[in-house]
Design a protein around this ligand. Sequence first.
Ligand code: NAP
Length: 250
Amino acid sequence: MSTRTAVITGASSGIGAATARQLAAAGYRVVLTARREDRINALAEELTAAGHQATPHVLDVTDRTAVDTFAAGLDRVDLLVNNAGGAIGTETVATADPADWRTMYEVNVLGTLNTTQALLPALTAAEGTVIVLSSTAGLATYEGGGGYVAAKHGAHVIAETLRLELCGQPVRVIEIAPGMVRTDEFALTRFRGDKDKADAVYAGVADPLTADDVADTITWAATRPPHVNIDLLVVRPRAQASNYKVHRKV
Ligand code: NAP
């Protein structure tokens, strides 16, 4: 029997890269996808050198033709981790640029839809698992978060709806919703490269979650027995009780 295969989108940094490392350590052959070729090549080399099976594949999840071509080239898929995504800007609803909202919707919602649709036949054949990495922003809103919150609500709805629609078929649908995670690029992307603003997100917070913390929840949920479906797992740092309430040392 061939090795269980996991496809991870957005594997070039942060949570996606950490998830690829942990799934490889758990025995999966990992297929690393993202737009930045150098990053996924380096990660694949690192994992291969450590004795794991890892294949890089450049993929923009918003490009449906590319996603379909990618899917056609896979012989087996047991796990899809829809991790590619992110936030752009903190403008209010009154002032936001619709182009930023469109970009966030494209990657967080349509990207997840594209990969899930394209890989669903293979996932069904393998009695597999779809994971949607949403966010606590997919469950509640906050000022300045409108575009990202709307997109992550969309990702949340994909997970909920797909689970209903697949009931009776041998595919699990799992949603992981992290709160504050300190990764290298998430806040930097949100603040358009402004490092001071990005750092301020985590200022005084004792221990934000790490990419490894979230990868751990993803790997745990994926490796439960096949009849156990973790519908929705919300994970936050202890210092964060809601999107609003974050304890900061002054
Ligand atoms: P990150 O380091 O910025 O990772 C985002 C990943 O998405 C990158 O690997 C990026 O790779 C990929 N990506 C972006 N657009 C893409 C596209 N069109 N096609 C393919 N890949 C694309 O951020 P992170 O913190 O690890 O976040 C990972 C996921 O967790 C995101 O969905 C994010 O919304 C979610 N999340 C993050 C937090 C947090 O606080 N950090 C909290 C809750 C949820 P390329 O640029 O190489 O394509």
